[in-house]
Design a protein around this ligand. Structure first.
Ligand code: NDP
Length: 497
């Protein structure tokens, strides 16, 4: 029997040991979910919405407990899981509003003469079983945030949270099943990569959030199984600060975007490019503010612990590599000498793209800042990355910010802000390059959990044998050939058509 040992990142002590599942259990759960999904489809969009509304109430009533579980097992300060329990109801409300229209069969009138006499309807059917493989940085948002649209679409959902902090997801699923007594179309699978991998084999659609390496493995496995996937694989998001920008706001935003959730945010700032005319003022303000950040997990703290020792090692390695290659540490730069996974909030300058801290995802409390000569250099460097998730721009005017945004190779750009797109469920969120494939939220965040079925019917009386069906006699071929020539030739100036 394998167990998951869940530790407090803040001091390294054990919270609890949880029995892990195996591949046979994954198959059994998948089978149960598929069976329950038949009835879930039958109750229709209204019936499903009624359960999701009840769940929304449960999430509100139980937010404090969920937040405290997430704080303890994630080493996080209260504000960060509070963001999750705030965004999830917004996602629910958005999908409750748009789902009925999205799932309504859509009549289509064909535009080709070949469709004469026919009517088409595009129907949407949910994939029976959606697997959601989540990451540890926002455990609720990165599981429920995708499960909600999948459930509303009519799928059953198996959640596979990270093995390092699955307790908050276990509690969220318990609430669905036990407290509100909802249909058994939502379940949780516990374990590491082997359980995630078994889920990829069992599901009809996989929504994955995590690293590029694991995302690639998931995509390969999904390709072998010929099932669709959506992958959110992190980023190396740049912040650009240009002359004439509001430097006080830009600096405050840089510190928030770089150190929120201890830097363990896929869209967190991991590179900052600042115009030389405002560089000194910007750096001074950032360093002053970062020195004031309080590391801890009580309600007087700003920056929590790193999730687990491997993450601490990544951060430490990248900072050492940068310093070895000539970077200067303006504040921080070291592990904090106390039990748990602690690293000082760190600001680096004199960095360049030969350093791991400028190329690899850091996912920690490190903000490297680069001086640039102009907007062109900032844009060139911002685009010099294998990632393309999101970015922010502070410029003299919104119009200038938009011009810069046009030239950035990312899935989203916030002007004078940090991840402004994330609070809007109406717009898609996703990256390109190695930041992923597909997107979540917006209409596509639900439609991707469905496949289409087109129903075509004749609305005028039909012959007992169409002219281009068998037999291929010369007379029938002549009629069909003449009609085909007329259709092909239209618009070409032939036949006066
Ligand atoms: P992983 O990509 O390994 O894990 C993400 C999820 O995938 C977890 O639930 C994990 O389970 C699961 N998983 C692992 N192996 C497989 C597999 N073969 N098939 C299916 N699922 C699998 O991320 P890590 O936790 O190892 O973090 C590594 C790096 O990834 C971080 O340093 C950070 O750079 C990046 N990251 C990016 C995130 C983002 O928001 N895009 C979120 C988290 C990390 P388990 O945890 O149990 O192994």
């Amino acid at each position: 029997m394998t167990t998951l040992k869940i530790h407090r990142p803040a001091d390294g002590t054990l919270i609890e040991e949880i029995v892990a599942h195996d591949a046979a259990h994954v198959d059994a759960v998948a089978q149960r979910l598929r069976t329950a999904q038949v009835e879930w489809v039958r109750i229709g969009a209204k019936g499903r919405a009624a359960w999701i509304k009840r769940y929304r109430k449960w999430l509100f009533d139980n937010a404090t407990r969920l937040i405290e579980i997430a704080m303890e097992e994630g080493g996080r300060v209260r504000n960060e899981p509070t963001l999750e329990t705030t965004l999830i109801p917004e996602i629910i409300d958005y999908y409750l509003r748009v789902t009925p229209a999205l799932l309504e069969p859509r009549p289509v009138r064909g535009s080709s003469p070949l469709t004469f006499g026919k009517r088409y309807t595009v129907h949407r059917s949910a994939f029976p079983l959606v697997g959601v493989i989540g990451a540890w940085n926002f455990p609720l948002l990165l599981t429920l945030g995708d499960a909600i649209p999948a459930l509303l679409a009519g799928s059953a959902v198996a959640l596979k949270p990270s093995e390092v902090n699955p307790r908050v997801v276990i509690e969220a699923v318990r609430g669905w099943r036990e407290d509100i007594g909802a249909p058994p179309v939502l379940d949780v699978l516990l374990g590491g990569g082997e359980v995630g991998s078994a889920l990829v084999d069992a599901a009809d659609y996989i929504q994955f959030t995590g690293s590029v390496a694991t995302g690639r493995r998931v995509a390969v496995r999904a390709a072998e199984n010929l099932i669709p996937v959506s992958l959110e694989l992190g980023g190396k998001d740049p912040l650009i600060v240009l002359a004439g920008a509001d430097i006080a706001r830009a600096a405050n935003c840089a510190v928030y975007g770089g150190f929120a959730n201890n830097g363990q945010v896929c869209m967190g700032f991991e590179r900052v490019y600042v115009h030389e005319s405002v560089y000194d003022e910007f750096v001074d303000r950032v360093v002053t503010k970062v020195r004031q950040l309080r590391s801890g997990v009580d309600d007087h703290s700003d920056v929590g612990a790193l999730i687990h020792p491997p993450q601490l090692q990544i951060v430490d390695r990248q900072v050492r590599d940068a310093v070895d290659k000539g970077a200067r540490i303006l504040t921080g730069g070291n592990r904090i000498d106390r039990p748990g996974n602690w690293f000082e909030p760190t600001v680096l300058v004199d960095v360049d793209h030969s350093m791991a801290v400028m190329r690899e995802e850091t996912f920690g409390p490190v903000l490297p800042i680069v001086r640039v000569a102009d907007a062109d250099e900032a844009i060139r460097l911002a685009n010099d990355s294998e990632f393309g998730l999101s970015a922010s721009v502070f410029a003299a005017t919104v119009a200038e910010g938009k011009r810069v945004a046009d030239r950035l190779d990312t899935g989203a750009v916030s002007i004078d802000d940090f991840v402004a797109n994330m609070v809007c469920a109406d717009v898609p969120q996703g990256g390109w390059k190695k930041s992923g494939v597909g997107s979540r939220l917006s209409e596509t965040g639900l439609l991707k959990f469905t496949h289409t079925k087109v129903v075509a019917a004749n609305w005028i009386p039909t012959l007992d044998n169409d002219v281009f069906w068998f037999p291929y006699t010369p007379a029938r071929r002549a009629v069909f050939g003449a009609a085909a020539r007329l259709i092909q030739g239209r618009g070409s100036g032939r036949f006066g058509l």
